[in-house]
Design a protein around this ligand. Structure first.
Ligand SMILES: [Zn+2]
Ligand SMILES: [Zn+2]
Length: 259
């Protein structure tokens, strides 16, 4: 199983996960916060044609995650999985889109992939994140959460690779020119994970299989790749675990999930 990012941050997010069984290949896109043409351009950069996608899974209704989902799904006839709350709150034109609902605790089979949605605290209607496996290795994804919960720590334990939000450095956010209400929203219990909060989650979870971590959804104003990387590196149990940082423009290229 491999994964790659089309871009990561408040300007737009999309992640690809691909499993190759030898005879078949399954590729799903997790969120699509880019417009149709921009998404197609970024897919091409990663060597993926829109017709290669077996589905789009959505985390929540914020524009940087859902902005391009339904136009893309309609144009390229790709089914979309999302929570009922996200579907209600997105209020998009879903005509001619194959919409399927999922919720915490489900095990979605999409081709050779199994996706397990799990609930996170964030200021959206029914936000979920996903753990994705192909029977051999497992990728855990967590962005857009305001605080750690025991459920999150349990779901992300035992994964081979993780994509973890490192939204902001608490000091940079406090010193920024953002209005107090926005600072409170971002740093609050339904906002976004700071480098420190993510490092605490990482330190708490089962890292016995963990080989790779990608820091994601970095604020371009209130964080730096160096600060995020150092927070993650400080929380890994095995110095051999590789730490990378995703960026808004390039995301990151294809990476293997397992060893
Ligand atoms: Zn977001
Ligand atoms: Zn969000």
């Amino acid at each position: 199983m491999r994964f790659a990012s089309l871009g990561s941050g408040s300007e737009g997010n999309a992640l690809l996960i691909s499993a190759d069984s030898g005879a078949t290949r399954t590729t799903v896109m997790l969120d699509c916060g880019f417009g149709l043409r921009e998404c197609e351009r970024r897919l091409e950069r990663l060597g993926v044609a829109p017709g290669d996608l077996s589905g789009i899974v959505v985390t929540h209704e914020h524009q940087d995650h859902v902005g391009g989902v339904f136009k893309f799904a309609r144009r390229h006839r790709v089914p979309v999985w999302l929570s009922f709350g996200t579907w209600e709150a997105a209020r998009r034109d879903v005509s001619n889109v194959d919409v399927r609902f999922c919720r915490d605790g489900d095990r979605l089979a999409v081709g050779d992939l199994e996706l397990r949605p799990y609930t996170v605290p964030h200021d959206a209607r029914e936000p979920i994140q996903y753990v994705i496996g192909d029977g051999r290795s497992t990728l855990g994804v967590l962005t857009d959460a305001g605080q750690s919960t025991p459920h999150m720590v349990q779901m992300l334990g035992g994964c081979d690779a993780l994509v973890l939000e490192c939204n902001h450095d608490e000091r940079m956010l406090a010193d920024s020119k953002y209005p107090p209400s926005l600072k409170w929203r971002i740093g609050g219990p339904f906002g976004h994970l700071s480098n420190r909060a993510t490092a605490e989650i990482l330190a708490a979870l089962d890292q016995s299989r963990l080989r790779r971590i990608v820091g994601a959804h970095l604020s371009q104003q209130n964080n730096t790749p160096e600060l995020a990387r150092s927070a993650l590196t400080g929380a890994i149990a095995d110095a051999g675990t590789e730490v990378m940082i995703a960026c808004q423009e390039e995301g990151f290229g294809w990476l293997e999930v397992g060893a």
